[in-house]
Design a protein around this ligand. Structure first.
Ligand code: C2O
Ligand code: CU
Length: 488
């Protein structure tokens, strides 16, 4: 039984015991914030002047591009143990890329070649997966294809940035542990022409299960095996302490929001400003849309345009479920990030929208069904796809160019954010506002005991993973593969 009730930073506390914590319980909540913007550490390089500078993105320090050649970005990433501070008096022994948690922001332009020289200084093997980017099959970090990088060894990842948008990277070996320990970072791929916002921010949202001894053991509790590992501390850009941002009335910003938690779907609201969604997992939308709430399952990203019409406080709230005094679940808004908007009396600056390529209509030419279920196996709870725990052989074979009507059937109560590697999909609208989510996705939420239909575009040949992004579900079997056969 674990309680963390006496921290000085607590906004409010639900003295929870993690043994009986469920998806519906949120424990101690600490006012988080975003890390302050970091100065650009890139030294001036002669050839770089030939290109327009990359967008300045606030929130996470960028990695240095070591290759001045236009069209090539070259990064060094090193994974190693790290004593990680998430607040003034809260730390744990974790892992980090380049001693940063989250890892450095990787930035490139569409069409660039991205080269990442990776060094594994962890005490265990690992790989890097470029979540959402359509990379060549052998660069995807799938440990069944790429022999994991052993401790002390290096590997060079090399691929072309085919798609603009907000992406992220993380390991794909013992992912539920390595990611929770701190191995994840954002990627921003920009188009030749981007809207000129007053500021772009990256907001990496996470939660972490923390106590004074650090990170409690993994997969040790029934709720963790059942619902995934829910944290008791909310993190924004790796921090659990508030450092508000600043802005001016009349300004327009882009927030690149991503959920890198192991399991927690975030229900987000933005108070104090008007906003609209301009991009999703697969990049810029052809038409922006407005919404009151963003439901962001783990793995997904949203690009949101924020308009500071009024002075005052603008906040990004996550609605956290909590048990009230009489045992009912209620949702409590919790501030993940906050901006103080200074009064200027200025009217709103107009930032012309730069539309993404509309998705060409494609008739589905094949169908597939994926059933999400659980069984009690010899070692306890197992999560299954189409009746198999961690199937060895690919579940499906498609042809390059196939447009697949995928029916995702969830037989049990826990939800599953379903992630496809190497390809995009769209959610087929079903008329319910909650599932009305335009744009390309690489991760789609399949709520408990329900069916979701998606259209998947099999345009990238190879043998790819398809799994639940609740990392504990994936670790306990909900991890499969499919093949896309080369057209020639
Ligand atoms: Cu972000 Cu296979 O994962
Ligand atoms: Cu799942």
């Amino acid at each position: 039984m674990r309680t963390i009730c006496c921290l000085t930073l607590l906004l409010f506390t639900a003295c929870d015991d993690t043994e009986s914590a469920t998806q519906d319980d949120a424990a101690a909540m600490i006012e988080p914030d975003a890390a302050p913007p970091q100065p650009d550490a890139t030294p001036p390089e002669p050839d770089a002047a030939l290109e327009d500078p990359l967008l300045e993105v606030s929130g996470i320090e960028p990695a240095i591009d070591h290759d001045p050649t236009p069209g090539v970005v070259e990064f060094h990433l090193r994974a190693a143990r790290k004593h990680i501070l998430i607040a003034r008096d809260m730390a744990y022994e974790g892992y980090a890329y380049n001693d940063q948690m989250p890892g450095p922001l990787l930035q490139a332009r569409i069409g660039d070649e991205i080269v990442v020289h990776f060094t594994n200084d962890l005490p265990e093997p690992t790989t890097i997966h470029w979540h959402g980017l359509r990379v060549p099959n052998d660069m995807d970090g799938n440990p069944r294809i790429q022999t994991p990088v052993q401790p002390g060894e290096t590997f060079t990842y090399r691929f072309i940035a085919r798609d603009a948008g907000t992406y992220w990277y993380h390991p794909h070996v013992r992912t539920n542990e390595q990611l929770e320990k701190g191995l994840y970072g954002p990627i921003v791929i920009q188009r030749a022409e981007e809207p000129e916002y007053d500021l772009e921010r990256v907001l990496v949202l996470d939660d972490i299960l923390w106590d004074e001894d650090g990170l409690p053991p993994f997969l040790a509790s029934m709720p963790e095996r059942m619902h995934g590992r829910f944290g008791n501390v909310m993190l924004t850009n790796g921090r659990a302490e508030a450092i508000p941002g600043t802005a001016k009335q009349g300004q327009v910003e882009l927030w690149r929001i991503m959920n890198t938690a192991n399991a927690r779907t975030m229900s987000l609201e933005i108070d104090g400003a008007s906003f609209r969604v301009v991009g999703t997992d697969g990049g810029p939308l052809s038409e922006p849309y407005e919404t009151d709430q963003l439901l962001v399952p783990v793995g997904q990203r949203y690009n949101v345009e924020i308009r500071y019409d009024e002075p005052g406080t603008v906040s990004l709230q996550s609605l956290l479920p909590r048990r009230n005094a009489v045992g009912q679940i209620e949702f409590v808004p919790f501030t993940m990030f906050e901006v103080e908007v200074e009064e200027t009396g200025d009217s709103m600056r107009e930032v012309p929208f730069v539309a993404g390529e509309p998705l060409p209509f494609r008739r589905t030419n094949t169908e597939a069904e994926l059933v999400f279920d659980a069984v009690n196996g010899p070692n306890g709870l197992e999560w299954q796809l189409n009746g198999q725990t961690m199937p060895e052989d690919p579940l499906f074979t498609f042809q390059e160019g196939d447009t697949v009507r995928f029916t995702l059937v969830n037989k049990q109560a826990p939800e599953h954010p379903f992630h496809l590697h190497g390809q995009f999909m769209t959610i087929t609208p079903d008329g319910r506002a909650a599932t009305e989510q335009p744009g390309l996705k690489d991760t789609v939420l399949v709520p408990g005991r329900s069916t979701v239909e998606v259209t998947a575009y099999m345009d990238n040949p190879g043998r790819w993973m398809a799994h639940c992004h609740i990392l504990e579900h994936a670790a306990l079997g909900m991890m499969a593969e499919f093949v896309v056969e080369d057209a020639d």
